[in-house]
Design a protein around this ligand. Structure first.
Ligand SMILES: [Zn+2]
Length: 146
């Protein structure tokens, strides 16, 4: 049976090691299988939190890009795209919060992931007045043509 190797920081020296080793190859500390398994699980959760948060940040910037582009009138598809991204983004932010907000780790990547998620949330919230501004802009535009 193929056994998956997980990587995690050594409990004593913090170097990244594999959980299949009997002892740390950097500091020689013995590795308890249970501890290694738990640490590896935390590590893979942190990695997932990190890549998901980077994705959230990218999606938030995309929301703003699409919102700005939708100022160009008569391209309804971009306008729909901005609304779609708006709702998808808040759904994904809430999901991130539920899955990853309580990881007990000192990993600096986890702090970076939290920061990325907060930036995404801020950009999302700030897009609400952006949407209102866009509607006012369209209203003025329509009235000036009538
Ligand atoms: Zn070590």
């Amino acid at each position: 049976m193929f056994e998956q190797t997980l990587r995690f920081p050594c409990p004593s020296c913090k170097e990244i090691i594999s959980d299949s080793a009997e002892q740390c190859k950097y500091c020689g500390a013995p590795i308890d299988k249970g501890v290694a398994q738990a640490a590896a699980e935390v590590q893979s959760k942190v990695n997932q939190a990190y890549s998901d948060a980077s994705y959230l940040k990218t999606a938030a910037f995309t929301l703003w890009g699409v919102l700005a582009a939708s100022i160009i009138p008569f391209i309804a598809f971009i306008s729909y795209a901005s609304i779609f991204i708006f709702f998808t983004l808040i759904f994904l932010i809430i999901r991130w919060q539920l899955r990853f907000s309580n990881i007990n780790t000192a990993d600096p990547d986890y702090q970076k992931a939290k920061r990325s998620k907060n930036i995404a949330l801020l950009l999302w919230a700030a897009s609400i007045p952006g949407f209102i501004f866009r509607e006012i802009f369209f209203l003025i535009l329509r009235n000036s043509f009538n």
